[in-house]
Design a protein around this ligand. Structure first.
Ligand SMILES: O=C(O)CCC(=O)C(=O)O
Length: 273
């Protein structure tokens, strides 16, 4: 005890008796000397060897935030095209729509199934369309009772884009912890090369895309191209061509406070074979 009292208490631990530094440090690492490719670290000797595989750079993330048409890739399936309209809705119209839809849509939390287990989606959703919609092994029932605000929005997106849509998936991200994981909208019921119109209301969230890796990467996404799009209140994003074949997208959780965000994805659904 007497010995212990003589020791200082350092950051909650009893300090060890000081060891005087010696000139020979057994754990020190000496780098290779001039003209040498080996060096010693303690009892071991290390030898420098050229890497057997070429060093690869991770492509820099692209950011798309201005109104425009963007051909983001030309293969392997064909052209993948994004069309962004940052001010599709005027501020006042977007504010009004956001508060009506937040209060009046039948939001609920869907349970999906994967590998024999069930999990609740980290967001709320609702579905409009004459046909049911199945994804992640769980089905949203047909709901032909379109909210009038959604019907008029659909008509204005159709006349603006020249595309037609018969269905709508609505997502509500309540805060920064709500998200949607990497996926493509490629269910068979969406047909080939679907066009998807995605309208955002409320707080801005980062919408990210990543290219599908080529087969030789064996599902490794480390070196694929990535794109980030901050989707702001009142913006409209059209995903066209091969975007759902050659790219995935997500809205990741964030580590900053975020207010609620509604995302409306207009689609065309066909009867399942
Ligand atoms: O919230 C978004 O911007 C994306 C929604 C989405 O990826 C989807 O509904 O499939």
């Amino acid at each position: 005890m007497g010995d212990k009292r003589q020791r200082a208490r350092v950051q909650g631990c009893w300090a060890k008796p000081l060891v005087k530094p010696t000139s020979a440090k057994p754990n020190s690492i000496a780098g290779p000397g001039p003209g040498s490719t080996s060096w010693k670290a303690g009892p071991q000797t290390y030898e420098f060897q050229q890497p057997s595989r070429p060093i690869r750079d991770i492509p820099a993330e692209k950011v798309i935030e201005k109104t425009g048409v963007y051909d983001i890739s030309h293969g392997p399936s064909g052209v993948s095209r994004l069309r962004l309209f940052t001010n599709f809705l005027q501020q006042e119209e977007a504010d009004w729509m956001f508060s009506v839809l937040l209060a009046e849509l039948p939001w609920s939390q869907k349970t999906n199934h994967r590998q024999g287990g069930a999990y609740d989606e980290p967001r709320l959703t609702c579905w409009y369309g004459e046909l049911p919609y199945t994804y992640s092994n769980s089905t949203m029932q047909a709901n032909a009772q379109w909210h009038p605000v959604l019907s008029s929005l659909r008509a204005s997106i159709e006349s603006h884009s020249g595309c037609s849509f018969n269905s709508l998936l609505c997502n509500l991200y309540r805060d920064c912890k709500d998200s949607i994981a990497w996926h493509s909208d490629n269910e068979p019921s969406l047909g080939l090369q679907p066009t998807i119109a995605s309208l955002s209301l409320g707080d801005t969230r980062a919408f990210s895309l990543r290219k599908q890796p080529p087969p030789e990467e064996n599902g490794d996404y480390t070196y694929v191209e990535t794109i980030k799009m901050p989707l702001a209140h009142g913006s409209l994003l059209m995903m066209e061509g091969c975007t759902q074949d050659d790219w995935q997208h997500q809205v990741a959780k964030e580590y900053h406070d975020r207010g609620p965000r509604i995302n409306l994805t207009f689609r065309t659904i066909y009867p399942e074979p």
